[in-house]
Design a protein around this ligand. Structure first.
Ligand code: URA
Length: 260
């Protein structure tokens, strides 16, 4: 694959830079843009096309699931691009050679429930020996804090490269809570993979976890008043599992369910 075929855009602290700059001026942002891990936007035309399919309101649950499955392994491919290699002596049918093999740590994929589940199974086709941990978080409607309701990780977590799969990086609260919890459980090298990111979410992750690189297919414009990504694709969990609630009768516009 040539570099032209596989363009990625590395952005170090570009998202919401205006907001980050004003926070910094107020002395509240610990972001050091020079040492913060990169945000990689996978702007490959095939990925952009697939993302458009996900965004379309007319895309059915079946199609949405299928496209999430197509995108998952490519995001993982990009997030594992820098895994270290060593070489090992092997014998081909023709001769002995030293050939590259992955060195050291193996992978642990951690989908954030629910939407993360839509990509993980397909990611395993690319990394079949990866372990999978699960984390479930919901937002307390009063305090807005991320509350953990499920956490189940392999014992080998500290020895693995941990890839957190949180498709919608909106406010960043659940991603930050998941990353903090994983670090407390012993995870040492972490990456965050998402389908869509909002500038506010990127800013929060970069300020709380500057060591964690972020991989996404798009940095969207903003969040709306309900913390949905705009233009976004709606509620990824609902679209994936077909659980969107019907609009209440008498209303002209459907009211939004509480976001995960
Ligand atoms: N989670 C979603 O599923 N969609 C959004 O737009 C934001 C968070």
């Amino acid at each position: 694959m040539t570099p032209a075929e596989h363009r990625t855009e590395n952005m170090r602290g570009k998202a919401g830079s205006k907001k980050a700059a004003s926070k910094k001026a107020a002395g509240t942002s610990p972001v050091n843009r020079d040492t913060t891990a990169a945000v990689t936007v996978i702007d490959h035309p095939m990925m952009q096309h697939k993302l458009t399919l996900l965004r379309k309101q007319s895309t059915t649950t079946t199609e949405f699931r299928q496209v999430m499955r197509e995108i998952g392994p490519i995001l993982l491919y990009e997030a594992t691009r820098d895994l270290p290699l060593t070489d090992r002596k092997i014998r081909t049918p023709l001769k002995s050679v030293r050939a590259p093999v992955l060195a050291g740590k193996k992978l642990c994929l951690v989908p954030v429930l629910r939407a993360g589940l839509g990509m993980v199974d397909a990611m395993l086709s690319f990394a079949p020996s990866a372990r999978v941990g699960h984390i479930g978080l919901y937002r307390d409607p009063k305090t807005l804090e991320a509350i953990e309701y499920y956490f189940n990780m392999p014992r080998s977590l500290p020895e693995r490269h941990v890839i957190v799969v949180d498709p919608m990086l909106a406010t960043g609260h659940s991603a930050v809570a998941a990353l903090s919890r994983l670090k407390r459980a012993g995870a040492r090298t972490l990456k965050l993979v998402c389908l869509l990111a909002a500038p506010a979410g990127i800013d929060l992750v970069q300020s709380e976890h500057p060591d964690v690189p972020i991989y996404t297919v798009s940095i969207d414009e903003k969040l709306d008043d309900h913390a949905y990504i705009v233009p976004g694709l709606g509620d990824a969990g609902d679209r994936l599992f077909g659980t969107k609630k019907p609009a209440k009768s008498g209303k002209t516009k459907p009211s939004r369910p509480a976001r995960e």
